[in-house]
Ligand binder design. Structure first.
Ligand code: FUL
Length: 421
């Protein structure tokens, strides 16, 4: 519940690739190239905090195997880099800055490791667990652990002990949320374009699935008959690549583009994990920082005034999911404001603490003579944001057309989009 309600989290891709202009390092990079000149982790986290992100997830180790912390289990780390003369620990800097600015901390530890000699043998599972243990014990509270399923076509075969990795996380950081293609806690949304399914269930069945072996289409929409609650996380980058590249400096997503991503992810029952990659100076670039701050400003402007507040049951506008009204299919909820308003955005939320039930719903307005469709949609779940051409009316109708059970409708909001959208 806490994870889902955090809505927007940040990803930080940073490693040797930042200095080699690559997306996937091959493991032969010399630690000597890791030389950020103006490194300031507090600048990253301060910017994320100011832009409203609730968690920062750092790539502690990407596919190239280079570790941003001085792991005892390999020499391929920051310890052998010029950074702070080998005395640095960027994972610690991130964890500490998160504490300082009051956001949560998480890490990505790539299972695929192109440097480590034991990769491909059972011994690698122990190596991976050793590294996992370091990260889970030395940096305070960890809120999310990211298990990436990616692996090159020519990568060595490796039988990962994911069950064992997950057990270790549960034991050492029981409150941490684990991400992978197949959960166990939250799942990949099935693409890296920032697009949750127009229909998006938080439930799936995971039989036969594993990180790197999942059906992207299935993950995108979820499964109304899924037995497990594993909501979708939408990971996407503010730039074309996951890592910083000078040549992409003029391709940073605009605030409006980011707002669109928010509607396509959070507004479709998912969570937005936006990657903002630090550059080779060791800073978040000014363009990226401007963009995330303006993004938050637009969202705040759009959702500041809820036109139904004070006009309907308090439970529906108190921002609490566990206060709700019950609605059955085909028992419309009429909202009569007795005053004409102009709106172009609407919000609906279910009390997901008891599940996700809406399968199809219809939103309409009264024009004085008859009901007109504003929009129909499928799932709601945690949140459904609906965008439509401005409607001017005083009476609205919301009808659940199909649902798996009586719906616990927790929140409703009518809004007028910020001019800056
Ligand atoms: C993918 C990786 O291969 C990319 O480099 C990136 O880390 C992305 C978030 O996940 O699977």
């Amino acid at each position: 519940m806490t994870w889902q309600q955090s809505e927007t989290n940040a990803f930080l891709h940073f490693t040797v690739n930042t200095f080699t202009d690559k997306e996937w390092g091959d493991g032969t990079e010399s630690p000597a190239i890791f030389k950020p000149t103006k490194m300031d982790v507090r600048q990253w986290i301060k910017a994320l905090k100011e832009a409203g992100f609730k968690t920062a997830i750092i790539t502690a180790k990407h596919h190239d195997g280079f570790c941003l912390w001085p792991s005892k289990y390999t020499g391929h780390t920051i310890k052998n880099s010029p950074y702070k003369n080998g005395k640095g620990d960027i994972v610690k800097e991130v964890a500490d800055a998160c504490k300082e600015y009051g956001i949560k901390f998480g890490f990505y530890l790539s299972p695929w490791d192109r440097h480590e000699a034991s990769y491909g043998t059972p011994a690698y599972n122990d190596h991976y667990k050793n590294q996992l243990r370091e990260l889970l014990t030395n940096y305070g509270e960890v809120s999310e652990v990211w298990f990436d399923g990616a692996k090159g076509e020519n990568a060595k075969d490796m039988q990962y002990d994911f069950e064992g990795y997950w057990r270790l996380v549960r034991k050492l950081q029981p409150a941490a949320v684990m991400f992978s293609d197949a959960g166990p806690d939250v799942r990949w949304v099935g693409n890296e374009k920032g697009n949750a399914g127009e229909t998006c269930w938080s439930t799936i069945n995971t039989e036969g699935m594993a990180p790197g072996k999942a059906d992207a289409k299935y993950l995108n929409t979820g499964d109304p008959n899924g037995k497990k609650w594993i909501p979708a996380e939408t990971d996407v980058s503010i730039r074309p690549g996951w890592f910083w590249h000078e040549k992409e400096n003029d391709q940073v997503r605009t605030p409006q583009n980011l707002v669109n991503l928010y509607y396509q992810s959070v507004g479709r029952n998912s969570l937005l994990l936006l990657n903002i990659p630090p550059n080779n100076e060791g800073l978040l670039s000014a363009t990226d920082v401007m963009s995330i701050k303006a993004f938050r400003k637009i969202l705040n402007e759009t959702f500041r005034v809820n036109f139904v507040k004070g006009k309907i049951a308090l439970k529906l506008t108190d921002n609490k999911l566990n206060t709700f009204i019950e609605l059955k299919a085909n028992e419309p909820l009429i909202i009569d404001l007795r005053k004409t308003i102009k709106i172009d955005r609407a919000l609906f939320q279910e009390n997901i603490s008891t599940g996700q039930r809406v399968e199809e719903a219809l939103f309409e307005y009264w024009d004085g003579k008859e009901w007109n469709t504003i929009q129909s949609f499928t799932t709601i779940g945690y949140k459904r944001l609906s965008r439509f051409k401005e409607v001017e009316a005083s009476k609205f109708r919301f009808t659940i057309l199909r649902s798996k059970a009586t719906v616990q409708l927790a929140e409703i909001g009518f809004f007028k989009a910020s001019k800056n959208e």
